[in-house]
Each structure stands twice: as C-alpha cells, then as structure tokens.
Design a protein around this ligand. Sequence first.
Ligand code: FEO
Ligand code: CA
Ligand code: CA
Ligand code: CA
Length: 612
Amino acid sequence: GCGSEHHRENLSFQEVPHSLDFNHHLPQGYSADILLRWGDPIVANLKEFEPKQLTAKGQSQRFGYNNDFIAFMPLAENTPAGHGDIHCQSGNSDRGLLCVNHEYTQPHLMFSGYNDEYSATRGVSAEHVAIELAACGHSVIEITRTDKGWQPVLESPYNRRITATTPMQISGPASGDKRLQTTADPSGTQVLGTIGNCAGGKTPWGTVLVAEEGFGGAFQGDPNKIEDTREARNHLDFGVRPHNRNLGDYDPRFDIQQEPNEPNRFGWMVEYDPYDPQSIPRKLTTLGRFEHEGFTLVCKPGQPVVAYGGDDDEHQFVYRYVSKEAYLPKDPTHNRNLLTEGTLYAARFDADGSGKWLPLVFGQGPLNSNNGFHNQADVLIDARQAAALLGATPMDRPEDVETNPHNDCTYVMLTKNKSRAEDGVDAANPRHQNTAGHILEIVPPIKPGKKTGRDHTSDQFRWQQFLLGGNPNAENPKERGAYGQQSTYNISNHGWFTNPDNVAFDPHGNMWVATDGCERFGFHDGLWAMATEGPMRAAPKHFFGCPQGAEVCGPEFTPDGTTLFIAVQHPADALNSTYDHPLHRWPDNNPELPPRPSVLAIYRDDGGEVGS
Ligand code: FEO
Ligand code: CA
Ligand code: CA
Ligand code: CA
C-alpha cells in the first residue's frame, strides 16, 4: 500500500444489502436522526414548512435544496464568536456548526404541478426564480446533541444562509482583472452569490471552503455570438448554451449577451468564516477556475499549506495548491491569508507509477502571450487550458481528492468517463468508456533524512491504483471491479460499488466512500467503508443505502467518530418524480409533502464509534 504501518480493519458493522426501494438503509444497531430537510426553518419563530406557501424571503430563512458538502465545525464552550481556531481545536463533538452546501434546484420536484406543460402554459414566474436562487448556496446551523438525538438550535446567532445573491469579494491574482469586470461591478472585485456548490473543505483556522462546480447551466445565451473568441470558447467549455435555464430573463447578469464577463466570476473556490455571522465570503482565485468538486487541506506546523482538488468533468485534471507562507497553528491572523498567495499545480500521472506536479505560473513554460496568457489572471481564469498546455493528465472526472491523516497518502475519486476512447486509455485511466469509476492513491515522498512524514510540497510523487469500481465477477473483463488483495480476501455480494464521488476518513483512518451512479448497476447509491492499509486494504463493506434516486454527499464525522453526518441529495431523481408521486415521500412519508433532500445524523445505538 502507501507503505504505512497503520492499519485498521475492525469495521465490524453488519453489512447492508444492495437493494433499491424508497427507504434508506442502515446496519443493525444504528439509528439516523433526520436533522435538516429542505424548507426546515433555520431561524426561530417560523411556521412549519408548507411548500405551496413558499416565498423567496421564506426560503432565505430556511434550509436550502439539494444538500451536498457538510462540514461539522465544533463550538467550544465559553468562547465568543470569532476565534475559529479555538473552536476547531476544542474538538467538541456534542455541539457545533453544521455547514452545508446546496448544489442546485429541481423545480419539478419543488413546485407542485411544475412540469414542461406548466412552464409552457403558465410560464416560470419571477418568484419561482427568486425562490430557486434563495434555495441554492449554503446553510450554517448550530446543532447540538440532546437526549432526543441531534437537533438544530434555531435561536443561535450563528445561523445564516448564503445564497446565489449574497455579496462576496474576489481575492487573489485575478481580483480586479478586466475579464472579471461587469456593468454592476466595474471594479471586478465584488460579486453576488455562489452557485453549483458541490463539495468543499475546511481549515484548522476555522473557515469553510465551498466549491463552485456546474455554474455554466445558470447562464443563458449563445457563446458563438460573442466576438472575443477566447471568451466564446471559455463559455462553451463550461456549458453556457442558448437553451439553458432562462435566469437571464429575470436578472440580466445571467445573460452572456448582456454581461459576457459574469460567468468568469463563477467557477472558483469560496472561503468564509462560519464563526463570524457577518463575515463576507471571498472567492479564492489562487485556486483556479474550473468545475470545482472541492479542495481539502494538509496542514503541518511550520510548513506551507497544501490543498488538493478535482475538476469534475470528463478529461479534466487533478490539482494541488501550495501556499507561499507556512501554517502557524498559533497565529490565526497570519493563517487567514494562506489561501490567497501561493502556487497552483496540475497533476501528470506517468505510466511507470511516478508523477509530477506542473506549476500554473504565468511566464513559465508555455504559459505566455504566444498562447494567449497575458498575466496570472489569464492563467487562473483559463486554468483548464493552462493545465492542458503543461501536459497534465486528463482524468475520468476527478471528484473529491482527500488525504488520509493516518498514512499521509492522498486519494483521488474518479467517478466515470463515458467519453474515454479505446486509444485514449492510459495507466491512470485504464478503462475505455469508464462506466464504474476508480480510485487512485497518491504517495508523496518521505522527507529526506526522515522515516515518517510525507512531503506534500514535493513536485514529485508516486501513485498507484487503489481500486477499480464495478462487480468483481462481471462477465465483461473491462467492467470487472478490482478490490483489495484478492488472495486474502473475498468481497461480499454487497461490498462492491461503482462511481466513487465523495470521501471521508474516520478518526481511525478508515476510508468512507460515497457513490453517485450505482443505480445503473441495479442497486442504490450509498456509503462503503474500508481500510487503506493492511490485509483488508481496499476491501469495502456496505454501510448505508439511499432511497431510490438519491446519492449520498458530504460524509462527515464528529471529531470523536460517534456521529456520521450525510447529505441525501436529489431523492426521487431517477424516477423523474413530480411533487405528486404516490410512493416516493422520503423522508417524511407525508402525503402533503414532496420528497425532500435531507441531512441525516447517524450513530450507534450504544453510543460507540460509527463503523467499529
Ligand atoms: Fe456535484 Fe462532482 O458532483
Ligand atoms: Ca460530488
Ligand atoms: Ca470529503
Ligand atoms: Ca455527484
């Protein structure tokens, strides 16, 4: 494996079977609190959710739609607001801020009777659009563990919604660049809102990172009608199309014929401070512009911060960021600028198992005006083109990229790539038309003269395949999954999975993989847990199954590992259910309510650590 002594294999829970129905499924001896559902109030003195009464103002005070990434940020006792580092270091597992992304809206599931005919005959109203913009973004809610399980604290001063219209600043080298300037913001430094908020990350100084992934669909217009061929290509690359949602009819900034630069103000990572409810989020242009899945950090005292992220699109790249300054655990003010000054790299995976991080720096290699890059802002705004020019390896949709603190190796979830050509396969993406996805392991070098401690700042690394998704007994050898050390271990009929998307590590270093795509293989998406070292390395066990249509996002443990938070996203998706579907009522089972994306808090009935 990664070469660490560490291994842990007492994942002793009783495995959940593969199945497909309208419920969620947990191992025996576990329970799940339904903690937050779309429409639940996040402030005190609001009425219970009534979907038919929903207004944009109401939505902005309620939990948003399609919950994705989750960060649990501990709250220390007797520590005032601010002081995120003290709160984080408290490791409190009984009280904290749940910080949750809301990736996108699905009007046919949100609004009663809304379908194509409804849109055609009655039109989409300005109020629908305003509700949807308020249902996207992010929520912060204080939660606490009580005798009756986990509950939101509606009176908390920390509770807030961030939406597609919340004011934000733009930081880093692209801030103020002319390609970020618009009619409403000639300075190119301020933007309204965040969209496509998929996964994210968190920092030990108490901030949360929110990714902007599929933002192109929010913009309407025809890129080919834009005279500037570079911007035309840029907008086409991110999916701006004439037939996209007509948000531009309600807000001209979403129409590229009126505001050709507005899409350049999306596709960034966003950092904000949940411990300061007044804090203004900022977009981090240092981390590049693409369809961000998320960025996760490796922070070692006295060393630069390293962050890893993926661009979730076919044939896009794996990225790494190295901060200019070192992480100083006792200096939160200094740490607050670690993500605004540093170097972004893209990964090249070579066939011999070596790899190289290639710097995206203006003036280095091909990143010069001969290739259309006039400054560092161009390099970051067009990070995809820069990475391609540098010779980075096009991957099978990189989702979460996260480091296991126990063995200091980094894991890349590659969800699928139907467009991988037969003559386009390579060592790191070995499948033609990869339907089931796979996971790679990045092994940074040990620091010279040291026995342990990997150097994530090195530009060299080793890598290997960790597992191949799919049925290990599939007839077609190209679809066959590959898990663990097959000589010592037989996978159960339920242990295999497909389409790895999000990943988390429990306090013992076990890997928990959330999937997005298993229904194509006949069973629900869910969670699978496995060791990353030892005889049971890469030998998954099935822990959680979703209701039909849903995927699991944002697995997140409390610091003590006794609670696992998960976001069940787009329940009823596969059925294309409308509001009025007779069977699919997850999680309420109430005929007055549609299926609702919801966050679950999962724990063992005896209070022990989840999984063990
Ligand atoms: Fe929003 Fe990459 O999944
Ligand atoms: Ca995802
Ligand atoms: Ca994760
Ligand atoms: Ca997904």
